[in-house]
Design a protein around this ligand. Structure first.
Ligand code: SF4
Ligand code: SF4
Length: 279
């Protein structure tokens, strides 16, 4: 089995506890207005548009497929800025073994691996193969997910998964649809399922005041999750919208103030949550 891998970050300190290797998979089923890496949304359709724009000759067409030569790439990002299909020519099919060969180079220095995206749960069997290899070597395994794919359908994946970092991008479904283009019904069901099974490692709320009623949403999210938290505590991350990498039409929205973010943290603290991180 091969996964479509966007990139691998050998050392990351922001994708779960400790130092981790983060593996990003290509393709997503939501369309968040504030997505800061929209080039991960779609699979490349080999249209060739990026090839003629690459200033370093790192891209070519071979047998009607775009070919990326990392040795020539100067990381200018022209290809992802000019791709008309929210994709990147740098994503490539890889086996779990090939990905793990890269992970192994960091083995003495990392606590685990995190698979993210795009939406990595669109490739659950690939994650499972990768996690089996990681567990075999004593590494921790986390999934970073938008929660739209039912985890209950993949019990064998959860057996080799330490925890899930789950986005709840708006609590009320109409607002969630406006912010992300999709319903949050499955996401809330996933939160319940993962929480009840002790697999919810972290819940993230993105604060974008121009898009939805953040205060009402954070409050409702906190109240909804509290019974789960009492059985299996998890951490909550309050993430401020920032314009970096965001598509031009959504790049001038208001960035929340530190006071607003602290207010949400205080609100959740008063409910009983202990580990709340603002970023
Ligand atoms: S990355 Fe985008 S522009 Fe380049 S070939 Fe693929 S779809 Fe076309
Ligand atoms: S980032 Fe893209 S456009 Fe820039 S050199 Fe690398 S492959 Fe070419």
């Amino acid at each position: 089995m091969q996964g479509i891998v966007t990139k691998i970050i050998p050392f990351s300190s922001v994708d779960g506890p400790g130092n981790r290797t983060a593996i990003f998979l290509q393709g997503c089923n939501l369309d968040c207005k504030y997505c800061h890496n929209p080039e991960t949304r779609k699979r490349c359709i080999n249209c060739g548009e990026c090839v003629k724009n690459c200033p370093a000759g790192a891209l070519s067409m071979e047998n009607d497929q775009v070919h990326f030569d990392p040795t020539k790439c100067v990381s200018c990002d022209t290809c992802i800025k000019t791709c008309p299909h929210d994709s990147t020519p740098k994503a490539s099919p890889m086996t779990a073994e090939a990905v793990f060969d890269i992970v192994k180079k960091q083995m003495p220095f990392i606590r685990g691996i995190t698979v993210s995206g795009g939406e990595c749960m669109l490739q659950p069997e690939f994650i499972r193969e990768l996690f089996i290899l990681a567990k075999d070597q004593g590494l921790g395994t986390l999934i970073d997910s938008n929660g739209t794919v039912p985890f209950g359908n993949y019990p064998e994946l959860l057996e080799v998964t330490d925890g899930v970092m789950l986005d709840i991008k708006a609590f009320y479904d109409d607002e969630h649809k406006f912010v992300t283009g999709g319903s949050n019904r499955e996401i809330l069901e996933n939160a319940t399922y993962l929480g009840e099974n002790g697999k919810l490692y972290e819940v993230r709320c993105v604060i974008a005041p121009d898009l939805y009623d953040c205060e009402k949403s954070v409050k409702a999210t906190g109240e909804f999750l509290l019974p789960l938290y009492k059985h299996h505590p998890f951490r909550i991350k309050i993430i401020a919208y920032r314009p970096m990498g965001v598509r031009a039409e959504y790049s001038d929205m208001r960035v929340p103030t530190q006071d607003e973010l602290s207010g949400y943290k205080d609100m959740l603290s008063e409910m009983g949550y202990e580990e709340i991180i603002i970023i």
